[in-house]
Design a protein around this ligand. Structure first.
Ligand SMILES: Nc1nc2c(ncn2[C@@H]2O[C@H](COP(=O)(O)OP(=O)(O)OP(=O)(O)O)[C@@H](O)[C@H]2O)c(=O)[nH]1
Length: 343
């Protein structure tokens, strides 16, 4: 089968909360009837992203077009989860015209790109492009940078050490794999900061790759799809911190917990607690759905670092309880965070 007949797949990667789901949603909204299947993967056992997409009401986001892999990071479960999933998609009587894969924010893209070389997959699907979504203000604030003094001290003890900041390693692997970098949340940066950030990212990229800035992931499908990269043929150009271990790695720098949420009197009562917890603790990501007294609809809550958003979405089904997923580094104080949120 020639490349022209292979089904193109786009990998959307980027750190926790960068705006991957927002970008996928915008893309689906502008898909113009193109048959796109979505595979969505999350760190943490609750499928919030899949749920958000299935309930967004956009044509194409119906349940049968969205496959959730909510059990660990795609990069570590490629053989068990990803390969059978993509195989099933391409074996459908009416296979998708394009496949979108949204990785978890902690996933390293390279093992996933490699999977497209597996027999049975290689001849039928190709990686059209790796789109790396970057949280503009978070990078500009130095969230993914090392503390030079801490690195020097740790290197003295262990010369093989790369980074003192585990976020830096994931971020660099995601940038290194990119065929297109999307600097998202441009609304939170002024023109000078944005242009400095673009220059900084250009120096970090291992090869010439287009960098585009946007807000709310609002890019035309023509920018995101049809890159024609065949990334699976081009692995050497995408260096990873885990190349020496042949992709093997742990996610033990990060931790997640699931909180069963009581009903809150108002969104404000909830947000006050969440904001206080985020100020006091280094929470990387917080998301879920919470019950608000007197409301039929569930309150969708999204937190990235200290920034929060909330809005009502679909009605609760039966008497289901609210849940929040909290993701942080391994040393996060689970008990103290839970106490601040739950009271
Ligand atoms: N201010 C601002 N917020 C944004 C923008 N794009 C997305 N967000 C918000 O950022 C939060 C995270 O967005 P998501 O799209 O869920 O991010 P994600 O990368 O899918 O998150 P994970 O799957 O948890 O890694 C949400 O509250 C979004 O509404 C943007 O351009 N500007």
């Amino acid at each position: 089968m020639s490349d022209l007949q292979k089904i193109p797949a786009t990998i959307v990667t980027g750190f926790l909360g960068a705006g991957k789901t927002t970008l996928v949603r915008h893309l689906m909204q502008h898909a113009n009837g193109r048959r796109i299947a979505i595979i969505v993967n999350e760190f943490g056992s609750l499928g919030i992203d899949g749920d958000t997409l299935k309930n967004c009401g956009i044509p194409g986001c119906e349940e049968e077009n969205i496959v959730e892999l909510a059990n660990g990071c795609l990069c570590c479960t490629v053989a068990d989860d990803f390969l059978p999933t993509i195989q099933a998609l391409i074996d459908r009587p009416n296979p998708p015209e394009h496949i979108l894969i949204e990785t978890s924010g902690l996933a390293l893209p390279k093992p996933l790109i490699k999977a497209f070389n597996w027999p049975g997959i290689r001849s039928r699907v190709t990686v059209d492009g790796v789109v790396t979504v970057v949280d503009g203000p978070a990078v500009a604030e130095g969230r993914f940078a090392d503390d030079p003094e801490a690195v020097a001290a740790q290197r003295a003890a262990d010369p093989s050490l790369d980074h003192d900041n585990p976020l830096a390693e994931v971020y660099e692997d995601q940038i290194n794999a990119a065929d297109l970098v999307v600097v998202n949340k441009a609304d939170l940066l002024d023109a000078a900061a944005l242009s400095a950030l673009r220059a900084q990212i250009a120096t970090q990229l291992p090869r010439a790759v287009k960098v585009v800035a946007t807000r709310e992931g609002a890019l035309e499908p023509t920018v995101l799809l049809g890159i024609n990269a065949a990334a699976e043929d081009d692995l050497a150009a995408r260096p990873s911190h885990h190349d020496a271990e042949d992709g093997a790695h742990e996610h033990d720098d990060f931790d997640s917990m699931l909180l069963v949420m009581p009903e809150f009197a108002s969104p404000e009562a909830l947000m006050t607690r969440l904001q206080a917890a985020a100020e006091a603790h280094d929470i990387l990501r917080l998301k879920g759905f919470v019950r608000i007294a007197g409301k039929k609809a569930r309150l969708a809550v999204q937190g990235v670092g200290r920034r929060f958003r909330h809005s009502y979405d679909t009605d609760w089904v039966d008497s289901r309880e609210g849940h929040l997923v909290v993701i942080g580094e391994t040393h996060m104080d689970r008990e103290a965070i839970a106490k601040m949120i739950l009271g």
